[in-house]
Design a protein around this ligand. Structure first.
Ligand SMILES: [Zn+2]
Length: 158
């Protein structure tokens, strides 16, 4: 199974539902988010599971960092259920656009630089408020570059 540079992120219904629920219930004075778990086949990453922030997540108005222990437990569960692996993360930008920040880019670079994690590309799904809904954009980070990719949804998010 060959992994090519990502052009499409496919968010499945169960993953979108977790994000939608978190968007409806979170306090949006700070960012929220979680990890994404799924599979990278050819040029598409299919996201089967999305995480919630977890109790130890770092949440500020302009930054989000996952709760590592919470993320690891979700990753173990997802791998056991359908061989999903950690493919990236999602988070909100309550006060800006759904575009990776310089700090986001540094986080993705750290993940890509860690050989033990074995990332081909790091997927970022970023949501920002747009009038009365959430605009949702997908990005792929690889080799120090972040490019926008197509986001395929089976239903609405937000
Ligand atoms: Zn961000």
């Amino acid at each position: 199974m060959t992994q090519q540079p990502v052009t499409t992120v496919h968010l499945t219904v169960p993953a979108a539902r977790i994000i939608t629920t978190e968007l409806r219930t979170a306090d949006h004075t700070t960012e929220t988010g979680g990890i994404l778990l799924g599979r990278h086949t050819h040029d598409t990453v299919t996201v089967h599971h999305a995480g919630t922030p977890g109790p130890a997540a770092v949440r500020t108005p302009t930054y989000f960092l996952r709760d590592l222990a919470h993320a690891q437990a979700l990753a173990d569960e997802a791998f056991a259920s359908d061989a999903s692996v950690w493919v990236g993360e999602w988070h909100t930008h309550p006060t800006s656009r759904p575009v990776p920040s310089a700090r986001d880019a540094a986080t993705y670079r750290q993940l890509l630089d860690d050989p033990e994690l074995g990332f081909h590309s790091v997927i970022a799904v970023i949501l920002a408020p747009c009038e009365h809904h959430w605009a949702c954009e997908a990005w792929a980070a690889r080799h120090g570059r972040i490019t926008p990719v197509e986001l395929r949804l089976d239903g609405p998010v937000g």
